[in-house]
Design a protein around this ligand. Structure first.
Ligand SMILES: Nc1ncnc2c1ncn2[C@@H]1O[C@H](COP(=O)(O)OP(=O)(O)OP(=O)(O)O)[C@@H](O)[C@H]1O
Length: 205
């Protein structure tokens, strides 16, 4: 899987968020998108995900040299972001089973084993609306990273996590992301220290 941006730009009203962005994200590699608050990291991640339309240039999502249309990017992506909410009325087990019905988990995982890995056995039948913000974040990370997809997009992945949660995040990355394309949008090195490439959005203003 490869994501190619060619002279890509995004504008909201009259304000260019980024411009002239030519960059290649490739398989089995990890990238950090960095920059100040409000600089456009989340916007770029959403453009990559196909959730926000870019204003100029090209964004190509390639699988073995075949171009995948923006409306199909989501089938190849696991994404966790603060603006993507969990279905609050579902219990944890219901949510993971529902998720699995349209996107499989990595072969060694079932909804039950994911709950164990997250240390949330006691909350299995609790509605997600009653989860703490850190518990919700663990669930968001697991559904993104443990889905059977080649691309993992993470926006501020350690938001609301305590020290154990941050260890869990690093374990998920170490154990399950070696052969995938991972892109982390963040200001915090703890979240992206494993990334071997850095794209500073401030360079594309
Ligand atoms: N839907 C929108 N309409 C208009 N402007 C928007 C919209 N979404 C984002 N923006 C603007 O785009 C700019 C970049 O926002 P974005 O959320 O991408 O920044 P960020 O680098 O992720 O910020 P942070 O580090 O604070 O999360 C901001 O000025 C924001 O106000």
């Amino acid at each position: 899987m490869k994501i190619l941006l060619s002279d890509a730009g995004k504008r909201y009203n009259r304000e260019w968020i980024f411009r002239g962005l030519t960059y290649e994200f490739t398989d089995a590699d990890a990238y950090a998108i960095t920059g100040n608050n409000g600089s456009g990291k989340s916007t770029l991640l959403q453009v990559i995900a196909g959730a926000v339309q870019h204003s100029e240039g090209k964004v190509d999502f390639m699988n073995a040299d075949k171009n995948i249309a923006a409306e199909h990017h989501h089938q190849h992506i696991g994404i966790a972001a603060p603006y993507l909410e969990l279905p609050e009325e579902m219990t944890l087990i219901e949510f993971l089973e529902f998720h699995q019905s349209f996107k499989s988990f990595l072969s060694s995982f079932t909804p039950k084993s994911i709950i164990q890995l997250l240390g949330l056995e006691k909350a299995s039948n609790k509605q997600l609306r009653n989860f703490s913000s850190g518990m919700k974040q663990r669930v968001k990370l697991a559904q993104a990273i443990l889905s059977y997809v080649p691309v993992v997009l993470l926006d501020e992945p350690c938001t609301n996590l305590d020290a154990d949660g941050i260890s869990l995040y690093h374990r998920l990355i170490n154990d399950h992301c070696a052969n995938r394309l991972v892109i982390v949008s963040s200001n915090d090195e703890v979240e992206y220290k494993f990334c071997n490439h850095k794209l500073n959005i401030m360079d594309y203003k």
